[in-house]
Each structure stands twice: as structure tokens, then as C-alpha cells.
Write a protein that binds this ligand. Structure first.
Ligand SMILES: Nc1ncnc2c1ncn2[C@@H]1O[C@H](COP(=O)(O)OP(=O)(O)OP(=O)(O)O)[C@@H](O)[C@H]1O
Ligand SMILES: [Mg+2]
Length: 231
């Protein structure tokens, strides 16, 4: 069974101006199988983040259907969506989105805060995921005591702590230099290979997309290429 199945998904945002704006996504059909590593590319404003927000159940389509793991999530309430997100998906963003005054271990443990798991086990699990991302030594550092690459590793550890089947990463190397980007992509590749996690990642860079197995190109809200990574 496909992990992600989009059936003619469209997204229209309300227009601030008088004139209607074209939809951010239109009639997108997409299937992603468990264990795939997919890159999404396309010009600025083409609808990549809109697509990621829908895949991540952070926003819902205006039209069409989305099945995640065999379940139609189009009709779920916001509470039910929050539960699906928490159980299934880990998010990684361009700007890391870490809490500034909180150590790496507590940042990584954050998704478990409302899970009823006690402090000791939360810290234990956070330490494990930090070690898995190569950051064991920085467990007690604050974000501003870490490099960009290290902060992104903390964010990846935070995404991993709930053991998600799916990681969604929107330009995860957008704020990083070339060498650090490579290290982060090698980490994604290792998680994909060793743990079979499905990864969907947005990037503007061909050499970042080259780490994936499948490339989806979006232009003006339409999927215009879906297949091999051709960079
Ligand atoms: N919350 C919103 N309200 C209204 N319009 C929006 C909203 N978010 C995005 N849009 C519009 O939808 C279209 C697609 O935006 P989206 O953020 O998905 O593009 P993108 O491909 O991620 O671009 P970038 O590469 O710059 O991040 C754009 O025309 C944008 O202006
Ligand atoms: Mg975007």
C-alpha cells in the first residue's frame, strides 16, 4: 500500500487582491511508496511548500483527496490531524526552528512532551537520537553554541524521536554551506538506508536532489516531471 496517495489535489489560497489568483496546486496526483527517497524541485512560488504542508497534514487541500498510510485524512478534524502528524511524520525546516533557551537534548525531546512519557525516559530517548545524528557530545549545548549544521542535526534528532515513518524536509540545507549540506544529506541517506524511513525533501540544488532516488518537479502548481533524478 502506498504511504502517500494524492488524488487530484488542488489548493487555492484566498486572494488578498480583487483579482482571483491561480491555484497554488492544481490536480496533483502522486503516489509515494514506503521507503522511497524523493526530492521535490521547482521555481520559487511553484507550490512546493504548499505541497509539503498538505503532505504533512499542516494544511488541507481545497479539492481532491489525500490518503496517508491508507487513511483519508482530508476529512479529519484538526485534533485528529495533530495526532496523525505526531504518530507518523517528522518535520525538518530550513531555519531549524529550535527553542533558543533550551539544550540540544531538551529540544530533541520536545515532541514527547505531551505524550505522557516521563522526563527520564524523554531525556534517554533524546540522547539516543542525538547520538544517531552524531551529536552526542553536544547534548547540553544551547542552539547558539552550535554551528548551523549541528543545529540542523538537533532538528533531525527531534524529527526522529517519535520513530516516524515519514520525514518531510523543506529546504533543510537552505541555510548551510556546501560541505555541511553534504554532511546533512549523508545523514538523511543513512537514515533512509538503515531505518527504511521514507523521506520527501524540497531543494533548489541539483546536487542535493541527486541524493534522492526520485525527482518530482513542480511548476505553477502542476507536477511536470516525476521519475528518475535527472540533474
Ligand atoms: N498562506 C498563503 N496565503 C496565500 N497565498 C499563499 C500562501 N502560501 C503560499 N501562497 C502562494 O501560493 C503559491 C505557492 O507558494 P509556495 O510557498 O508553495 O511556493 P514554493 O514553491 O515553496 O516557493 P519557494 O521556493 O520560494 O519556497 C505562491 O504564489 C504563494 O504566493
Ligand atoms: Mg517553499
Amino acid at each position: 500500500m502506498a504511504l502517500i496517495h494524492l488524488d487530484r489535489v488542488s489548493k487555492r489560497y484566498p486572494s488578498a487582491a480583487e483579482q482571483p489568483v491561480p491555484p497554488a496546486l492544481e490536480h496533483v496526483n502522486l503516489e509515494i511508496q514506503p521507503g522511497e527517497f524523493v526530492a521535490i524541485m521547482g521555481p520559487s512560488g511553484s507550490g512546493k511548500s504548499t505541497l509539503m504542508n498538505i503532505l504533512g497534514c499542516l494544511d488541507s487541500p481545497s479539492d481532491g483527496h489525500y490518503e496517508l498510510n491508507g487513511r483519508d485524512v482530508t476529512t479529519l478534524s484538526s485534533d485528529e490531524l495533530a495526532k496523525v502528524r505526531n504518530e507518523t511524520i517528522g518535520f525538518v525546516f530550513q531555519g531549524f526552528n529550535l527553542l533558543k533557551r533550551v539544550s540540544a537534548v531538551d529540544n530533541a525531546a520536545l515532541p514527547l512532551l505531551y505524550s505522557g512519557i516521563g522526563t527520564k525516559e524523554r531525556r534517554q530517548r533524546a540522547t539516543e537520537v542525538l547520538e544517531a545524528t552524531g551529536l552526542g557530545r553536544y547534548a547540553h549545548s544551547l542552539p547558539n553554541q552550535m554551528s548551523g549544521g549541528q543545529q540542523q542535526r538537533v532538528a533531525i534528532a527531534r524529527a526522529l524521536i517519535t520513530h516516524p515513518r515519514l520525514i518531510l524536509a523543506d529546504e533543510p540545507t537552505g541555510n548551510l554551506d556546501t560541505q555541511t549540506s553534504r554532511e546533512i544529506m549523508e545523514l538523511f541517506q543513512r537514515l533512509h538506508r538503515e531505518q527504511g524511513i521514507t523521506i520527501v525533501l524540497v531543494t533548489h540544488e541539483n546536487d542535493i536532489a541527486a541524493y534522492a532516488q526520485r525527482l518530482i518537479r513542480v511548476v505553477d502548481g502542476h507536477v511536470v516531471h516525476d521519475g528518475a533524478v535527472t540533474t
